[in-house]
Design a protein around this ligand. Structure first.
Ligand code: ADA
Length: 546
C-alpha cells in the first residue's frame, strides 16, 4: 500500500534530529510525500528539523519501505523508534510488529543539516545542493507467511536467448513450489527454498537495445504470494578497448544528469523525468550518467522504456582518504553500495556501475577501499562492467580496478595540465592536449585495452551571454561541439558524458565566483530546461552523425 500523498507536517528551523521528541510536535502544515520541504515557498533553503506524520491502518507484522530521504531520518511507529535512514538516496526497509488492527501513527523526522565529519555521506562542499525531505515513495505491506525478498533476472545468453532467475524466499516454504512465468507463459516450477536459481530459455524472445527497448515481464509465484519484475534481454561486454551492446560495438554520446529540479529538489516527478529523458534521446544522446547518486525507480523505469543507457553510481563526491579509511564511512558506503546494485539489477538500461566520483584515487592509501568496492560490486553483479570517474588523469593509481576507465577533465575551463586558465577565448588545443594525456595513460600495456571514457567535460554558460568569451553560450557551444566531433573520430576514446544536461543548484560560496547564482551553470539547458546554444548545436551534430 502506498503511503504517498499529503502528510501532516511541522518544520522547526535550526532544529536537530537528536532534539526530536513526540512532545515537540505541533503539526501546523501539510507536506507532499515524496517532496522536499526546502524548495517550498515557506521554507526555501532553510535548515532544520522537519517532522512528517501519517496515520496508517495496519496490524501484525509489517514491512515499511522508505524509497529515499535526505539528509537523514529517524522513523517512529506509535512513538517507538523503528530505526534510522543514514544515507541519502538509499532505500531502507523496516520490519516490525504494527500492533492491533486500527489506526497507528507513523512519523518520519528529517534533518537537513550538512555534516562535515569524516564519516559523513554528504559534506558541505559537494557540488550539488543538500535538499531535505522524503525524496522517494513510502509504502507499507503486510508480511505474509511466505515472503519473496528479491527476484533477479540476468541475461545469460543472447543467442538462445537465456536468462538466469534467482530469488530469495523466506517463511513457511515446506512443500511449496516456486512457479515462474514469463510474459504470461509458465516456464519453470521449482521446489521453494530460501535461495532458488534456475536458467530459463526464451526462444524467439526479442532483445532489448536503445532502438528497440523490448521489455519482458516475469512473475514468480510461491503459494499465494507473487512478485512481478520487468526485465530486458541484453548483453553488455568489453573487448579490445570497445564496449559492446548485444555483441555490437557502440560509442557513448551521453550527458551527466542531476535528478533535480528547482521546484522539486530530488523528488522529481515522473512527468519531468520522462520529458528530460525523451528530450535527451531526441537530441541524439544515447546514455546518461546518473551523477552522483543512485537513480530513482522513476528514472530507471523511464530509461528502460525509452531505450536510454545509464551509468548508475553511489553517492559520493571528492571523498578524502581519511573518509575512505574510516570504519564508519566504510560501513555506510558498503550499505549504500549493496542497495545500489540489489535494487536496480533488473534494469536493462544500466550498463555500468560506478562509485566514489573524483575521490583521491591518486593516493595509495585510497586503493584498499576502492578495491573492496570494486570487488563487492562485481560479486553482486558479475554481468556489468565497473568504473569510477577519476579527475587525476595520468596520476591515477586505481584504474586497474575498473573494467572501463573514466576520466573527468575540464580543458579550456579549469586550471589543469594543458589548459591556460587565463585564456578568454575557446581553444581546441586545450581539449586535444587533455585527451592526449588521457589516451597516453590509458593505452599502457598494463591496462590491457580497456574501454576509455571521458566521464565529464564542459564549461559554464550564462543564458543570454553571446560575447564568445568564457561564461558565454557561444564559448560553451564551441567546446561541446569540438568535443563531440573529436570523440566521434577517436579510436581510443569510446565515449563522452558532457557535463551536464541542465544547470543544477549547488552551494553559494561567499568566498568565490565559481558558482554564479548558487548554480553549477555548465548545463546545456538551464535549470528550468530552457535550451542554451550548446543544446541546439550538439543536437544538430549528433543527429547528423546517426
Ligand atoms: C567535477 C564534479 C562535478 C562538478 C564539476 C564542475 O568534475 O564531478 O560534480 O562539480 O566538477 O562543474 O566543476
Amino acid at each position: 500500500m502506498t503511503l504517498d500523498g499529503i502528510w501532516d507536517f511541522q518544520f522547526i528551523k535550526g532544529g536537530k534530529i537528536s532534539d526530536y521528541t513526540p512532545e515537540i510536535c505541533c503539526f501546523n502544515e501539510f507536506a507532499a510525500v515524496p517532496g522536499c520541504f526546502d524548495v517550498t515557498i515557506r521554507h526555501r533553503f532553510q535548515r532544520g528539523l522537519a517532522i512528517y506524520r501519517k496515520f496508517v491502518e495496519a496490524c501484525g507484522q509489517q514491512k515499511l519501505v522508505i524509497g529515499a530521504v535526505g539528509l537523514r531520518a529517524r522513523v517512529f511507529w506509535d512513538g517507538k523508534e523503528l530505526g534510522t535512514c543514514d544515507v541519502p538516496f538509499c532505500k531502507e526497509e523496516f520490519r516490525f510488529d504494527a500492533g492491533c488492527c486500527g489506526r497507528h501513527e507513523l512519523i518520519i523526522a528529517i534533518d537537513n543539516h550538512v555534516d562535515n565529519g569524516v564519516d559523513s555521506m554528504w559534506r558541505e562542499y559537494y557540488d550539488f545542493y543538500p535538499y531535505g525531505g522524503i525524496y522517494r515513495s513510502v509504502s507499507i505491506e503486510e508480511i505474509k507467511d511466505i515472503e519473496i525478498n528479491s527476484c533477479q533476472v540476468i541475461t545469460k545468453n543472447i543467442e538462445t536467448p537465456e536468462v538466469e532467475v534467482s530469488a530469495e524466499l523466506a517463511g513457511s516454504l515446506a512443500g511449496k513450489e516456486a512457479v515462474i512465468s514469463v510474459d504470461g507463459n509458465e516456464m519453470a516450477k521449482l521446489e521453494a527454498k530460501e535461495n532458488i536459481c534456475t536458467s530459463i530459455k526464451l526462444p524467439g524472445a526479442e532483445l532489448w537495445d536503445t532502438e528497440n527497448p523490448v521489455l519482458h515481464t516475469l512473475e514468480l509465484k510461491v503459494g499465494e504470494v507473487s512478485m512481478t519484475v520487468n526485465f530486458g534481454i541484453r548483453e553488455i561486454s568489453c573487448k579490445d578497448g570497445k564496449m559492446l551492446l548485444n555483441g555490437k560495438p557502440f560509442k557513448i554520446f551521453g550527458v551527466n544528469r542531476h535528478d533535480c529540479h528547482p521546484q522539486f529538489g530530488y523528488a522529481v516527478p515522473e512527468t519531468i523525468v520522462l520529458d528530460d529523458i525523451q528530450a535527451i534521446k531526441a537530441q541524439g544522446f544515447n546514455c546518461i550518467r546518473g551523477s552522483h547518486y543512485p537513480q530513482s525507480q522513476i528514472v530507471l523505469d523511464v530509461c528502460d522504456r525509452v531505450g536510454m543507457l545509464v551509468w548508475n553510481e553511489s553517492l559520493g563526491w571528492q571523498n578524502s582518504p581519511a573518509s575512505l579509511n574510516s570504519p564508519g564511512f566504510q560501513k555506510l558506503f558498503l550499505h549504500q553500495t549493496d542497495a545500489l546494485v540489489k535494487n536496480a539489477i533488473n534494469h536493462p538500461c544500466i550498463i555500468m556501475w560506478g562509485f566514489l566520483n573524483e575521490t583521491c584515487s591518486h593516493k595509495p592509501e585510497s586503493y584498499p577501499f576502492m578495491k573492496v568496492l570494486s570487488d563487492r560490486v562485481k560479486e553482486l553483479d558479475p554481468s556489468r562492467p565497473v568504473t569510477f570517474a577519476s579527475n587525476h588523469m595520468d596520476e591515477d593509481l586505481c584504474m586497474d580496478l575498473c573494467d572501463i576507465m573514466s576520466f573527468n577533465t575540464y580543458p579550456a575551463w579549469y586550471n589543469i595540465a594543458g589548459s591556460d586558465p587565463n585564456q578568454e577565448e575557446f581553444s581546441r588545443d586545450a581539449v586535444e592536449r587533455s585527451f592526449k594525456i588521457i589516451k597516453d595513460f590509458a593505452s599502457q600495456e598494463k591496462f590491457n585495452k580497456r574501454p576509455v571514457l571521458v566521464s565529464e567535460i564542459g564549461a559554464e554558460a550564462l543564458p543570454g551571454d553571446h560575447s564568445g568569451l568564457r561564461w558565454s553560450e557561444d564559448y560553451q557551444a564551441d567546446l561541446i561541439t569540438t568535443v563531440l566531433e573529436m570523440i566521434e573520430k577517436d579510436e581510443i576514446l569510446q565515449g563522452v558524458f558532457l557535463w551536464m544536461y541542465c544547470d543544477s543548484k549547488t552551494y553559494s560560496n561567499p568566498g568565490g565566483q565559481a558558482r554564479a547564482r548558487g548554480y553549477n551553470n555548465k548545463g546545456l539547458l538551464d535549470e528550468y530546461r530552457r535550451p542554451k546554444l550548446s543544446w541546439q548545436r550538439a543536437g544538430k551534430l549528433l543527429k547528423k552523425q546517426s
